[in-house]
Design a protein around this ligand. Structure first.
Ligand code: SF4
Length: 406
């Protein structure tokens, strides 16, 4: 896994994956987008429309049992049972918040767990999806970042979270129609660091034969992997959120270590360029509000200047201010509500659309930055971050939240 793969390498990863039949092994069909599933069916001597039927059974109806796929020929069902399976991850726990938020903990083997969070609102229902077990990026304000990196999730594990949640909720709420309207890759992990597995999962989210979500309602959040932002725009342009968290390089180096490799003078143009492909005419910047670290009036004004410097107007981006959810190892504190309001007002007065995220699922530890709090630290990342913390800073996901517009 490298930060700097070339465009060609990334596009090659985004193309249809190799589909093979391995004697004696059952292929998990949740791994395949429709194009790959078509290739798989062709290996079995079946036409594309059979792949479409199979795809719809799995994703639209949540069916994992080939015998129940009644409009597939019996002979095909028999064949499938010998070479394939449809399996999601085991649910370790499920917690339901008093505000309707639901958090699931999934076992992905090897002692690793990941989390997904369902956030119902009046006008939409969002699933926050994990893309890695742990995360290597080490952002200071993020509890996942403090746990270190275990491994990338497979496509089946990424889409499996939506597959499980959508069909669980339909049963639970006794609904036949779609429950989840929005998907955000803001759970554990840096989604673009797991590019090869992410792209097919995104395609399944968008596919009308599967979940049929609008591009505008599928969001990838990144800490700022420049080349992969470019590649995403070409391979599967969905809404983009960028974890900014600081108005200058000195502070961002400390909060988001990736900034030392890709500083703001590279990140901001990459964001502006993404607009040529984005399904919305703006990028969202996530900004975690940290008491006496990044929340002063002066820093708000610096942020306005940063935006103005890189765009023709201030309408090319929106700001989402996230009240920090403290956790002991961080050594950081949440900005006071009145400070957040004052900061937001400076951005708003300058013409920037600004929202303050309302924390959801606090009572079940599903709020932003609190995911998988029980996962053990598998690397020495906590020590590294603690060292970082000892360097003074004076000058964001996991989202279980809704936004309140200023
Ligand atoms: S904020 Fe995102 S990229 Fe940064 S450590 Fe947390 S999960 Fe990783």
């Amino acid at each position: 896994m490298t930060v700097d793969q070339s465009h060609d390498e990334l596009h090659a990863q985004a193309k249809r994956r190799e589909v093979t039949l391995v004697p004696g092994a059952l292929v998990n069909l949740l791994e395949y987008d429709l194009e790959s599933l078509t290739a798989f069916c062709q290996l079995l001597g079946e036409k594309r429309f059979r792949a479409v039927q199979l795809f719809r059974w799995m994703h639209q109806r949540g069916c994992a049992n080939f015998d129940d796929m009644s409009d597939l020929a019996k002979s095909l069902r028999q064949k499938l049972k010998g070479v394939a399976k449809v399996v999601s991850m085991e649910v370790v726990s499920q917690h339901m918040s008093s505000d309707g938020t639901i958090k699931w903990l999934f076992d992905v083997g090897g002692g690793n767990v990941i989390e997904s969070v369902f956030i119902p609102e009046d006008d939409r229902s969002t699933l926050c999806i994990s893309t890695q077990a742990g995360c290597a990026m080490g952002c200071r304000f993020c509890s996942t970042g403090h746990q270190g990196f275990s491994r990338n999730l497979t496509t089946a594990e990424i889409i499996g979270q939506l597959w499980f949640a959508e069909h669980f909720l339909r049963k639970h709420l006794q609904r036949d129609d779609r429950v989840i309207s929005n998907a955000v890759m803001m759970g554990m992990g840096e989604p673009l660091q797991n590019y090869a597995a992410l792209i097919p999962a995104l395609r399944m989210m968008l596919d009308d034969h599967a979940y049929g979500l609008s591009r505008r309602r599928v969001t990838v959040s990144t800490s700022g992997l420049i080349k992969k932002i470019d590649a995403l725009g070409l391979d599967c342009p969905v809404a983009l959120a960028v974890s900014l968290h600081a108005p200058n390089n000195a502070l961002r180096d400390n909060l988001v270590p990736l900034n030392m490799k890709h500083p703001l003078e590279e990140l901001m143009p990459a964001c502006v360029n993404y607009l040529a492909h984005a399904p919305r005419d703006f990028i969202t910047f996530e900004y975690c509000m940290l008491d006496a670290v990044n929340d002063s009036d002066e820093q708000a004004r610096e942020l306005v200047q940063l935006v103005k410097h890189h765009g023709h107007s201030v309408t090319w981006c929106k700001f989402n201010l996230i009240p920090f959810n403290p956790f002991p190892a961080s050594g950081l504190h949440r900005s006071k509500p009145e400070r957040i309001q004052a900061f937001a007002k400076i951005l708003s007065d300058a013409g920037l659309t600004t929202t303050v995220r309302k924390t959801r699922g606090d009572d079940i530890d599903a709020a932003c930055g609190q995911l998988a709090g029980d996962v053990v630290d598998r690397t020495r990342v906590a020590i590294r971050i603690a060292r970082q913390r000892s360097v003074g800073i004076h000058s964001s996901p996991t989202a279980a939240s809704t936004n309140a517009k200023i």
